[in-house]
Design a protein around this ligand. Structure first.
Ligand SMILES: [Zn+2]
Length: 380
């Protein structure tokens, strides 16, 4: 059978019937060509370029010959159909690419089974390696699991209530500003506490867990968080936190210090020292930043004859924020056994990406997220 290649026609008129006919003719041609597109790399690339090539691709032609040429009153309807066609075509290109790649990795094209030599060794796929940020996170979580902490999880899309309000952020706190937080669009009609956002920290999981579990609890929470930060060497709109919470009767700041000091020695090596300096967070009181003695220069601030950059020559590296859970936070979950007069607790949070940067001596945070196999292979 001879297949005559489909050509995008000019439209004689823009009636619904004429559009229907033109669209179904185009989709029929697409369907026919899909069947052959994945047979080889050349065929797939030719298919892709023919349909979505920027210069002279069929989609571009549809745009020029149908949409751009349409009279004003028909533009809206033609635009809708052109969008539908675009989705169908892009879907077909993606699907055929997948089929082609599959056929490349299989020993035989699907359907032909005459000569399978079952004694040949199979095709081994590269297993890959754990991503350095995931590995760091898992190792840190494991330190706390050994202390009896369990892993908790929660949604990445959160409400203002869990992300801010229940964590004692006052209504006008600047962290709610869209300059800092990525909100889901179109929610102006909702009350503030119900508005959805990408969580800016893993702390909402603390509230969610306390709503579901009565004290005592000890949890560690790894997860992705988002902030409205443009990407640079030390910032990313998406990054990873590890957070912890312990609540029981008679938990003191001494427990916090002992737990975190032990955890840092487990993670970085028994020779690191820890140091706590006063800080502020809305959900803890008192709050502190914890530093560990620089595990790169051993706390001397110098590397050979030069300065130690990771600790800025101070001999100390800031690793996490922590503090005793603010009684105002317990008020939100008081009914589940968290009476601030009876229980106390501590919380801490750290950035897995930052710790991975320090641990592996990586200079640019973006390298973690670019998916360049040459970079990631160094950690396998
Ligand atoms: Zn140092």
């Amino acid at each position: 059978m001879v297949i005559v290649a489909y050509i995008v026609p000019k439209l004689a008129d823009y009636s619904a019937a004429a559009l229907d006919a033109a669209v179904s003719q185009l989709l029929a041609a697409l369907k026919e060509e899909v069947d052959h597109a994945w047979s080889s790399g050349t065929a797939w690339k030719a298919f892709r370029d023919r349909w979505i090539g920027r210069k002279g691709g069929l989609l571009t032609q549809v745009n020029d010959l149908w949409l751009k040429a349409a009279p004003k009153d028909a533009k809206r309807e033609v635009g809708r159909r052109v969008n539908e066609i675009r989705m169908e075509v892009e879907h077909a290109v993606g699907k055929t690419e997948g089929l082609y790649l599959e056929s490349e990795t299989a020993t035989q094209a699907p359907g032909s089974i005459e000569s399978v030599d079952i004694t040949l060794p199979g095709i081994r796929r590269a297993i890959g390696a754990e991503h350095p940020v995931m590995r760091t996170s898992r190792e840190m979580v494991a330190v706390f699991q050994k202390l009896g902490y369990s892993v908790a999880d929660g949604p990445v899309i959160e409400t203002d209530y869990y992300n801010f309000e229940a964590l004692n952020f006052p209504p006008n706190h600047p962290a709610r500003d869209t300059q800092d937080t990525l909100f889901i669009a179109g929610q102006q009609a909702k009350p503030l506490r119900e508005r959805l956002l990408l969580r800016t920290h893993t702390s909402p999981v603390q509230i969610r867990t306390m709503e579901n579990m009565r004290p005592p609890i000890r949890i560690v929470i790894p997860g992705t968080v988002h902030r409205n930060d443009p990407p640079d060497a030390s910032h990313s709109p998406m990054f990873h936190q590890i957070e912890g919470l312990a609540v029981d009767t008679n938990i003191t700041f001494g427990d916090l210090k002992g737990t975190l000091d032990h955890a840092m020695k487990e993670f970085f090596g028994s020779s690191v020292k820890t140091s706590f300096r006063p800080s502020f967070f809305p959900f803890t009181e008192p709050s502190a930043e914890m530093f560990v003695s620089c595990f790169i220069c051993g706390g001397s601030g110098r590397r050979g004859s030069g300065p130690c950059r990771p600790c800025k020559q101070t001999g100390w590296i800031e690793i996490l924020g922590c503090g005793m859970v603010d009684p105002n936070v317990f008020e939100f979950v008081k009914d589940n056994g968290y009476d601030p007069k009876k229980v106390s607790g501590f919380a801490f949070g750290m950035g897995a990406d930052r710790i991975a940067l320090l641990k592996y001596g990586v200079e640019d945070l973006q390298l973690f997220f670019q998916g360049d196999v040459r970079f990631l292979q160094q950690f396998s």
